[in-house]
Design a protein around this ligand. Structure first.
Ligand code: ATP
Ligand code: MG
Length: 438
């Protein structure tokens, strides 16, 4: 991608209402533009990262056995009347009336709709266990939208819904999502700690929030320090038996403010291990039994032919919020430092003199060869001065920066910089390309 043909509206300074660093950097790096309170347009660079985050979430859901579908953003109010939540949900729900005076709502979540889809088609226990997920925009008319995409009103969520014949198998479904979440966040370079969480307003009796520790987090959290450094389970686990992995993590104290019990925290955790911190909720999993299947009559015939209400769970990931969380965890004074796994481009090739024929030829060769081995390349072919180019490259946080200018080229050298470490080397182009290839 040639920067001169791209759309990257960076800002020298963030608007003063952007209070936290991730929000400031997302605006400055040209990732998003605010359209209304808590509603953002995703600009090209932001969309690239959003898509990559979404794809990691998708891959880990599928690895854990969940199946993707896509439900609409608009839902019928009548569906929510069946569960009793149409009145219970309150002012966070955006209610809409169509030309026929039919009441609709912009979905804040999809328990009712997925239960309806399930009951329309599934009649036998043989289809279970089943876990269906989608990645779709949600709307919640938050009282205080703030911190950019962290607490938006319109935001992208992955929500999965599991269906099982009984509680024991529902817990296995819960465990699969628990482990999938550990793997998902780790792939994005995040340390997310599962913490006991309150179950309202969705209801139920088993729930964990996945929290990324960050000073700017909205939640107060309490946990055993050892949880933060615990190794990630990885893909090679026995997906049918994850209880020991879950037990290992839930045995140590970790709770959000609503669930915190100071006395327990002190008795269960050595003083040196007691961590009180702020955190960002990036995921939330619930087991809620028959809360929706009972009123909505989602039943299957069991092996004995008797009809039973299915046991359900729901599992959310704040896909758009994750961009904020990743930036909170990975930035410096010059800008964003994207982890390789979610970076919008792998390498930026910086042309230091775009009116110099030899430099242009060398840059174009570098771009072509990088692309040939599968790298996503942003080519800064603009006529901006070098200082501005370096500042932009640092601001937008692309992991590799390959700089080619007339002086170096005369000696057969280019400069390669790792954004994360700031480490720079001057080497021949072949060597630089080999290093990027890894
Ligand atoms: P919060 O406590 O932050 O308001 P929640 O508990 O109401 O969130 P859930 O219903 O658990 O949210 O939604 C699943 C996930 O969606 C959350 O873990 C979070 O990552 C994300 N999310 C929820 N609300 C927002 C929002 N307003 N903006 C961005 N992401 C959100
Ligand atoms: Mg939650």
């Amino acid at each position: 991608m040639r920067l001169s043909r791209y759309f990257l509206p960076t800002l020298k300074e963030a608007p003063s209402d952007a209070q936290i660093v991730s929000h400031q950097l997302m605006l400055r790096a040209g990732l998003i533009k605010q359209e209304a309170a808590g509603i953002y347009a995703w600009l090209p660079l932001g969309l690239r990262v959003l898509n990559r985050v979404e794809q990691i979430v998708r891959e880990e859901q599928e690895r854990a056995g969940a199946v993707e579908l896509l439900m609409p953003t608009l839902q019928l109010a009548d569906l929510w009347r069946e569960s009793g939540r149409y009145d219970a949900y309150g002012p966070e729900m955006l209610r809409i009336t169509d030309r026929h005076e039919r009441e609709l709502l912009y979905g804040p979540t999809n328990e009712e709709m997925i239960t309806d889809i399930f009951r329309s088609f599934v009649k036998s226990y043989k289809a279970l266990p089943l876990n269906l997920f989608h990645i779709q925009w949600k709307f919640r008319d938050e009282r205080r939208p703030r911190f950019g995409v962290m607490r938006g009103r319109e935001f992208l969520m992955k929500d999965a819904y599991s269906f099982d014949l009984d509680e024991a198998s529902a817990r296995k479904a819960y465990n699969r999502m628990f482990v999938a979440y550990l793997n998902t966040f780790a792939r994005m370079g995040l340390k997310a700690v599962p913490m006991r969480a309150d179950t309202r307003p969705i209801g139920g009796d088993l729930s964990h929030e996945f929290i990324v520790l960050a000073e700017t987090g909205e939640s107060q959290v309490f946990c055993d320090r050892k949880l933060v450094e615990m190794p990630v389970p990885g893909a090679d686990v026995d997906w049918n038996d994850l209880q020991s992995i879950v037990d290992q993590r839930t045995a140590l104290y970790a709770a959000t403010e609503e669930m915190h019990d100071a006395a327990r925290f002190e008795s269960e955790t050595a003083e040196a291990d007691r961590l009180t911190a702020r955190g960002i909720e990036v995921g939330h999993i619930f087991y809620f039994g028959t809360k929706y299947s009972a009123p909505m009559k989602a039943r299957v015939a069991g092996p004995d032919g008797k009809e039973t209400e299915v046991h359900m769970g729901s599992y959310g990931v704040g896909v758009s919020r994750l961009l904020g969380a990743i930036i909170e965890a990975s930035h410096d004074d010059s800008g964003i430092i994207w982890p390789d796994s979610v970076a919008p481009f792998d390498v930026v090739v910086i042309n230091l003199r775009s009116n110099d024929e030899a430099v242009c030829v060398a840059c174009e060769e570098a771009v072509a060869r990088l692309q040939a081995f599968g790298k996503d390349v942003l080519y800064d072919d603009t006529d901006e001065r070098p200082g501005g180019k370096f500042a932009t490259a640092d601001l937008i946080g692309i992991p590799g920066q390959l700089t080619i200018g007339p002086k170096g080229l005369a000696e057969g050298l280019v400069e390669l910089k790792r954004r994360a470490t700031g480490e720079k080397v001057s080497v021949p182009l072949d060597e630089a390309l080999a290093r990027v290839r890894g």
